[in-house]
Design a protein around this ligand. Sequence first.
Ligand SMILES: [Zn+2]
Length: 296
Amino acid sequence: MIYPWLSEIEQQLSTSLRTGRFHHAQLFNGQQGVGKTAMVEQLADALLCQQPSNIKACGQCKSCQLNQAGTHPDKFNVQVEGQSIGVDEIRTVSDFMSHSAAQNGNKVVIIKDCHKMTTAAANALLKTLEEPSPQRFLLLTTTTATQLPATILSRCSRTDVQVSDTDSTQQWLASLQIIDYPWLSLFYQQPLLVQAWQQADQLTTIEQLYKFATSLKQGHNFSELVDIINKDSELIRVFCLFVSDQLKQQLVSGMQFDAYQQAQQALTEFYQNSTQVLGLNLPLAVSRLAYSLRNG
Ligand SMILES: [Zn+2]
């Protein structure tokens, strides 16, 4: 078992492999930090292993050794260059699929963030999906299946990866000594994101963002906040999530619905401007946001 919250999905995949109903194209859809990458890597290793048990690779055979070294000739990871996956990368995929396998016969292609495929790339992939060859497997991940063309979706077996039992992530995070943060429950669907923050020594920064979000209305000096979110657009998203959560709590405790909607609208505009407008005056944008929350 890779992560406790993925055990149900692992069982489903094991069953479909055992009963010969395993689809040649598997799409894993879910939020960042829920474990899609770990899932497809494990699946790829198992498909290439010479003696897998269910969807667990043995870790001993030649194939497993090649995978551990990251040099398995029958495994191909499509690289995202910049913001998109182009048609050339996908042509490499069909080329890779058409050659015979070096080890046990299976060949596996992993395409992470496949919603980043250009239209031309998606069309090229469609050909591979429409004419599946035996022992060839495509493992795709996406955070937004809705952005994928229906033609691609209809030719994949889709698994929605999510945490159904948040107790299990809470316990798992506790085992990493990540506990008692008032904002933690907002990320029970993204436990690996929280782990990544811990590994990057960022939990204190996240905690600071939370404090700024909860005191935004009273605040007047935002330079420290601006310093933090200026560095990383992902942190802007987290900050906005915190502010939005604050607003929801205020709504529950009696905030007028109109005011709530206006505040959420101001927040959405702030997020869009601060992540999309080049050369935006961020200190001014934060002051404006605080102003509209105060007067909402
Ligand atoms: Zn093996």
